[in-house]
Write a protein that binds this ligand. Structure first.
Ligand SMILES: [Fe+2]
Length: 297
């Protein structure tokens, strides 16, 4: 089994694409870049857009450029109850237990976000650490099939997900979705360690087999030989197919004056993903809840 390589994912672009930065508007060069990103989102599932041509832009222009490019790939969807479509990713002060993972400086296990595509823009890298990690879902599946074939079927079963800390309540606070799914011959994946493990409770404890399946899944996603490690610099962006690629990051330490700052978009693709109904329901429930709340407030 081999991991992703940078050369498979990189999208170079024409200087003319930078000219649209202040307004984030479309242009032939931006359209060409969007098409290159879409091609890599299909295979291998990750697009890396190097930011070396963008580093002189102000934060505001860089952000507008990123958001404009995201809009060429589909519709931006709210990521929280506040309805934000561009979310700041940075370590916040406070009790880690009350913060989401992206609001801390701790490492994040490999996982998928909600939405078809997630995109991250680096405004300022960490002083130390904070390297982004990526692995293809297919790689994880095939590795588990090679080392623990008896566990593979478990991931295709319906799993309970506790999504209470995403702000969902009532019957929406628990979703049912497999971890792996095959639809029309295509493998898809959804993974979130906290959501799966915290769904186990007195009424519905996780079985020893389920716990082992989670342990093995996470052990495989920690394998350095299977991961692409990429340190984003200012202006760099990464675009991830949430159905075929998992992402995470290493812990980081900030320098006082320039903390690690990223921005994130979640995108509903203009080309609907070819995934099974259980996965579509999973996303639709979370994202529709945010959209409803946002419009109602
Ligand atoms: Fe994420």
């Amino acid at each position: 089994m081999t991991g992703l390589r940078y050369e498979q994912c990189v999208c170079e672009f024409d200087d003319a694409a930078v000219d649209s930065a202040p307004s984030g508007t479309s242009s032939a060069a931006m359209d060409a870049l969007a098409a290159a990103i879409e091609a890599r989102l299909a295979v291998p599932g990750l697009a890396i857009v190097p930011g070396n041509k963008l580093q002189e832009l102000s934060d505001r222009d860089l952000s507008a450029w990123f958001k404009g490019l995201a809009c060429l790939l589909g519709t931006l969807v709210p990521q929280n109850l506040a309805g934000e479509t561009l979310v700041e990713i940075a370590a916040q002060a406070g009790d880690a237990k009350s913060l989401r993972g992206y609001q801390t400086s701790e490492s994040m296990l490999l996982h998928s976000d909600a939405s078809d595509v997630a995109a991250l823009l680096c405004l300022s890298p960490a002083e130390q650490g904070g390297i982004n990690l990526f692995v293809q879902a297919r790689t994880v599946h095939d590795e588990i099939a090679a080392i623990r074939p008896e566990l593979v079927g478990e991931y295709f079963e319906p799993w309970r997900w506790n999504v209470l800390n995403l702000g969902l309540t009532g019957s929406n606070a628990e979703l049912i979705s497999p971890i792996f799914s095959v639809h029309a011959g295509k493998l898809s994946c959804r993974y979130g360690s906290y959501f799966l493990r915290s769904a186990g409770n007195e009424a519905h404890p996780l079985t020893p087999l389920q716990l082992e399946a989670l342990d093995v899944f996470e052990a495989v996603t920690r394998r350095q030989d299977l991961l692409l490690r990429y340190r984003l610099r200012r202006g760099d962006s990464v675009w991830m197919n949430n159905y075929t690629l998992l992402h995470g990051r290493e812990a980081f330490q900030d320098a006082g004056a320039t903390p690690r700052r990223y921005q994130r978009c979640w995108i509903r693709s203009r080309t609907p993903p070819n995934v099974g109904a259980s996965f579509a329901v999973f996303d639709a429930t979370i994202l529709a809840h945010y959209a409803e709340k946002w419009q109602a407030d």
